[in-house]
Write a protein that binds this ligand. Structure first.
Ligand SMILES: *[C@@H]1O[C@H](CO)[C@@H](O)[C@H](O)[C@H]1NC(C)=O
Length: 397
């Protein structure tokens, strides 16, 4: 084989070894965005056996319904279409089930999976339950083929376990733009120990030479159709500039790494490296409340009730950079990155700090959660094969 032919073949091989999943995005309003509901949701997600304060949910949507980014998968043969939230902070796939009761509004308002209409589906009958802040999602486990996007290459075989939800905690998911959740964390935190779909993709070296996936999220509020992109099995240099700084995983549960330091204009607010979890299913950036309080003061945040801090919108350009040290590299969040600009229903904008204080007790905490406020600015690579997370500066759309 000549070098040229070989190069061509190599290029073809590379071209097939990446799958792109286009993400859509929703925007949210000030009224929907309430920190107490988000916080209770996150505590339920991260603190084992946490009993949430349900009052917090009465006012706002939980963080999952505030999630901005979602994209397509198919399940079954012939394929049934779903929009899912790709969540690196959990490890199960679930979608609403065809046979959920009429009274389950969240289920009835979304696409539902019907195992009977799929020739590859096996209903195992095994019971399944996940706790969310407002109640639990209950269902049964089905096995079937799961495909990313509308492609037929990046698919699992028909033994893939997924939960078919027959009961959803209403208020959490009624307003959600997505049908279900696609967990991309590690199997150790998977409910019922169901292997997550990415395992099968990673095991197939013919389509997946690099056992990783990467998130590029657009933070352009005006470009809803082009919300972002996930690539499976490779990174995409069109979406970032500079090099990727890598940080090894601390443990294989969440995508948990050491955050080296958080500093503003040379003042360091952390006292040594701290655990942090990179969570695409969380919109905010959370940290220990004593540290976050100092940061809110430093950026001139005006404390509201409920742990929220408002900032005068016109001050965004003059806000200081907040520097996160990861993989030995400094990543600057600028005011426009860490301030949420929310429409307030009067034709105007309210500007809220995207930082939220939240204390997670040991053994899971103390920790930081790097949600979309961070991932939106920094291209994030979840490297399963090498057990590490990488960050680089995102290019805007
Ligand atoms: C803030 O961060 C941006 C992006 O890294 C950088 O271009 C800019 O110079 C920084 N500004 C200051 C005042 O350090």
């Amino acid at each position: 084989m000549t070098g040229r032919v070989f190069l061509l073949l190599a290029l073809v091989a590379v071209a097939t070894a990446i799958q792109r999943i286009k993400l859509e995005k929703r925007t949210y309003t000030r009224e929907q965005y309430k920190f107490p509901a988000i916080q209770e949701h996150l505590k339920t997600k991260y603190i084992k056996d946490y009993v949430p304060n349900n009052d917090a949910f009465n006012e706002g949507l939980s963080d999952y319904s505030n999630a901005q980014y979602y994209g397509p998968i198919t399940i079954g043969t012939p394929p049934q279409n779903f929009q899912v939230l790709f969540d690196t902070g959990s490890s199960n796939l679930w979608v609403p089930c065809a046979n959920c009761p009429f009274g389950d509004i969240a289920c009835r308002m979304h696409n539902r999976f019907d195992c009977k209409k799929s020739s590859t589906c096996t209903a195992t009958g095994a019971a399944f339950e996940i706790q969310y802040g407002t109640g639990s999602m209950k269902g049964t486990v089905d096995n079937d083929v799961v495909c990313f996007s509308h492609d037929t290459t990046f698919c699992t075989d028909k033994t893939q376990g997924l939960a078919c939800a027959t009961s959803e905690p209403g208020i959490t998911f009624v307003a959600a733009k997505f049908d279900g959740i696609f967990g991309m964390g590690w199997d150790t935190i998977s409910v019922n120990k169901i292997a997550q779909p990415m395992d099968q993709i990673f095991a197939n070296s013919a389509i997946c030479p690099n056992q990783l996936f990467a998130f590029w999220l657009s933070r352009d509020a005006n470009d809803i159709a082009n919300g972002g992109e996930i690539t499976l099995c490779d990174t995409d240099s069109n979406h970032y500039s500079g090099n990727i700084a890598w940080e090894p995983l601390v443990s294989e549960d969440y995508w948990r790494i050491k955050l080296g330091a958080v500093s503003i204009q040379g003042t360091t607010y952390t006292n040594g490296p701290m655990d942090s979890i990179v969570d695409t299913g969380t919109s905010l950036l959370t940290g220990p409340s004593d540290i976050i309080k100092k940061i809110q003061h430093k950026i001139g945040g005006i404390p509201l009730l409920n742990g929220e801090y408002e900032v005068v919108c016109s001050k965004i350009p003059s806000l200081p950079n907040i520097t996160f040290t990861l993989g030995g590299q400094d990543f600057n969040l600028q005011g426009k990155d860490y301030i949420l600009q929310l429409s307030n229903g009067n034709g105007g904008m309210t500007c809220l700090s995207g930082f939220m204080g939240m204390d997670i007790p040991a053994p899971a905490g103390p920790l930081w959660i790097l949600g979309d406020v961070f991932i939106g600015r920094f291209y994030s690579v979840f490297d399963h094969g090498n057990k590490r997370v990488g960050f680089a500066t995102s290019k805007s759309a």
